[in-house]
Design a protein around this ligand. Structure first.
Ligand code: AMP
Length: 483
């Protein structure tokens, strides 16, 4: 099936042909005809499915007729982050090469109001905005939303995570009731369902894959690590150094401050790396992303919010330095690789029982188990009691071959450097059966173990059955009897 049957204009088809895309992706195939027929669309699609073109291509076609008026944009696209907004603008530039008169404006935080204001004044066909800055312009009276014919709400579930839903509701009430609405989300939590019921009018539902499924072309693995930061950073370095086919990688952390710490650490260890998190100013974020896109740096350490939905077409590896707290973030993170049919690898570092629980939730969500890696090259030498013949880089890896749920109770054991014994006592009471012989259980545990075995034994009278091996030797000595 080609693009030609979708109803797109000649100009758009020529631009698509120039990009080299031969066939529409499923979301494009299913959504574009409905968008062109002016229907509301509820698109449930994860990133990497081609959903941006699913709304950009028909919008370009529809905007070929009509003209924009000053301060009254004709269409409005809401994005949760500045990077995503900039990315959608790039799509308009790419697919709109034949639309010379089209005015596209970006209204995002972190850049000058005056420049944005000047653009709005000239009349805008497509306004791409983050919710907060859009409302700022509106409240200053510099922007009227009463001319909006089409509203796109993209990455709605991320908007929810970021607390933007009240802003979205306000914006939906500022645009005309008669507008067309295109609504995209990767998942459908109840709050998102409520918004769709409130603001979409008899929408066509297009679901290209089950919510929260992962891309089949991505190899997913787990890697065990010690729990503290230094151990995890060491594990990560070994994973990166031993990676096969590494072209570039995004490393995800759960917290902004960990992004900064890990970035500094990787720089110190000589890696080519940039950071991307919400506390960086806009120019630093844009510069970091550009360097990564142009392959000027190999690694990008990022937080979820900053990296959500970014289109970097051929990331070869994803590392979850932290297991994401919300399972659906996992889907979004690993959606950065294996895009457009390319192969990718996503490795999640598992450090401790909380991580193991989070991994279990992810596996439940994606409906498939994620196996542990067999080994990580460069694993530090094992403690003294390990066999000398064991190769230095071969950790005690037997738990990796156990049933996959088993190691979750003890994920820290495998890649632990020898000096970490000071934490060992904390988990001993839960792990008595796995202790090597020289790590004897605490005395209390042994007494408790012994009691049930001794209690049922019958009390035997000395020498009544000839077996007196349990008696002290002096009691067994013959006693001289007096006459
Ligand atoms: P998105 O889901 O919008 O972030 O798009 C994911 C990637 O797929 C982007 O790099 C697009 O350029 C690419 N893409 C979009 N449509 C197609 C298509 N029909 N064929 C091949 N790649 C595409």
């Amino acid at each position: 099936m080609s693009f030609s049957h979708l109803g797109l204009s000649e100009k758009v088809l020529a631009a698509v042909a120039a990009t080299g895309y031969k066939t529409p992706t499923p979301i494009q195939d299913q959504a574009i005809p409905h968008v062109l027929a002016r229907r509301d669309v509820l698109g449930i699609a994860q990133t990497g499915t081609g959903k941006t073109a699913a709304f950009v291509l028909p919008m370009l076609t529809m905007l070929e007729t009509g003209r924009a008026r000053a301060r009254m944009p004709r269409t409005l696209i809401l994005e949760p982050t500045r990077e995503l907004a900039a990315q959608v603008e790039e799509s308009f530039i790419k697919y709109g090469v034949n639309h010379n008169k089209l005015n596209v404006a970006l209204i995002i935080g972190g850049v000058s109001f005056d420049d944005q204001d000047a653009k709005l004044m000239r009349g805008v066909d497509v306004l791409i905005a983050t919710p907060g800055r859009l409302l700022d312009h509106n409240e200053r009276g510099r922007l009227l939303l009463s001319g909006v014919e089409l509203l796109v709400i993209d990455e709605a579930d991320r908007m929810l995570d970021m607390g933007f839903i009240p802003d979205i509701e306000r914006i939906c009430k500022l645009v005309p009731f008669t507008r067309q609405t295109l609504f995209f989300t990767a998942t459908m939590p109840p709050e998102i369902r409520r918004i769709t019921e409130q603001f979409l009018s008899n929408p066509v539902r297009v679901e290209v894959s089950r919510p929260a499924t992962t891309v089949a072309s991505t190899t997913q693995l787990l890697a065990r690590s010690g729990r503290d930061g230094a151990e995890k950073r060491d594990t990560l370095r070994r994973l990166i150094r031993s990676a096969e086919g590494m072209k570039n990688a995004i490393i995800f952390c759960n917290r902004k401050r960990d992004v900064a710490t890990l970035h500094r650490s990787l720089l110190r260890h000589g890696f080519s790396v940039q950071a991307l998190h919400g506390d960086m100013d806009q120019s630093a974020r844009t510069a970091a992303l550009e360097q990564f896109r142009k392959n000027e740096v190999t690694l990008l350490v990022a937080s979820d919010v900053a990296a959500r939905g970014l289109d970097i077409p051929d990331v070869s590896h994803i590392y979850n330095f932290d297991v994401p707290i919300h399972a659906d973030d996992y889907v979004h993170r690993i959606g950065r690789t294996g895009r457009a049919g390319r192969a990718g690898t996503a490795i999640t570092i598992v450090a401790g029982s909380n991580d193991a629980k989070a991994v279990a939730a992810i596996e439940k969500l994606i409906g498939q188990p994620i196996p542990f890696m067999d080994k990580i090259a460069g694993t530090p030498a094992e403690p003294q009691h390990e066999p000398r013949s064991e190769p230095r880089n071969e950790p005690r890896n037997e738990p990796r071959h156990e049933p996959r749920h088993e190691p979750r109770h003890e994920p820290r054991q495998t890649a632990r450097p020898p000096q970490r014994g000071r934490h060992e006592h904390q988990r001993r009471p839960q792990q008595p059966e796995r202790r090597p012989p020289q790590q004897q259980p605490a005395p209390v545990a042994r007494i408790e173990d012994a009691r049930p075995r001794r209690a049922p034994q019958p009390v035997r009278k000395p020498m009544d059955d000839g077996d007196a091996s349990h008696l002290p030797a002096f009691l067994l000595r013959p006693v001289p009897l007096k006459a």
